[in-house]
Design a protein around this ligand. Structure first.
Ligand SMILES: *Cc1c(COP(=O)(O)O)cnc(C)c1O
Length: 227
């Protein structure tokens, strides 16, 4: 990697880290980018990295330091659950009961993996995620989540994740993020004390997301350059 690319990464990372409030975690999304790019950000003290493909997550985590907190941010298939749980610090895109159960089965005795439930907030029908109504009815059947469908002590629901519509319309993006934050607050009391995360905001919209109550942003191209 050239010095130029290295400086671009350092500058991009520093700019965002300086701009975000302390209660917001920056996940640097390194998907498709080489190991050296991650090492550059690591050398700057960054520890939270996001990958969307399981094969890439497995490969990169094997070659980089153990104190990296890996975030699995992409849609997961049940047959990949076993590969992800030993590596992931947080799994962002749990979008079905099937994948929740598959993760629970793949966690060993005495171990625990943290997850976020992905909520469909975008206008497009192509994006994954539970609808709010689906989650309301899943959660509504029991007094609290810890004794219900999401009650497996090996898989802790830490919060919600959402992706806004791919559009230039900031008003629409803000509305979608606001809705996710509102829904988080609606269900928060039933979800136990470790429910504390709202993962929303990417390169193009992380400022809006933080204004609307994000606690975790997932930023790729604004740090590592376009893919
Ligand atoms: C790629 C990706 C991101 C980061 O996207 P950028 O626009 O490059 O910041 C965030 N979240 C998910 C789920 C992604 O797949």
């Amino acid at each position: 990697m050239g010095e130029m690319a290295e400086n671009t990464i350092k500058t991009g990372l520093a700019a965002i880290r300086t701009a975000i409030p302390e209660h917001v975690t920056l996940v640097a999304v390194s998907k498709t980018k080489p190991i050296e790019d991650i090492a550059t950000a690591y050398a700057e003290g960054h520890r939270d990295f996001g990958e969307n493909r399981v094969a890439e997550l497995v490969e990169k985590s094997g070659e980089l330091p153990d104190d990296i907190r890996w975030h699995a941010i992409g849609h997961l298939q049940t047959n990949k659950a076993k590969l992800v749980t030993p590596i992931a610090h947080l799994i962002h895109a749990v979008d079905s009961i099937r994948i929740y159960d598959a993760l629970a089965k793949s966690v060993g005795d005495g171990e625990c993996v943290d997850i976020l439930l992905q909520v469909h907030i975008a206008e497009e029908s192509s994006k994954f995620g539970f609808t709010e109504d689906e989650l309301r009815s899943i959660l509504g059947e029991v007094e609290d989540a810890e004794s219900g469908v999401f009650g497996n002590s090996r898989v802790r629901v830490r919060g919600l994740m959402g992706m806004a519509t791919f559009t230039d319309d900031i008003t629409q993006i803000a509305r979608e993020f606001k809705g996710l934050r509102r829904f988080y607050e609606e269900i928060e009391t039933g979800m136990g004390s470790s429910f504390d995360t709202v993962s929303m905001g990417m390169s193009g919209d992380w400022r809006v997301a933080i204004d609307e109550g994000s606690t975790m942003i997932r930023v790729g191209s604004a740090i590592f350059g376009s893919r």
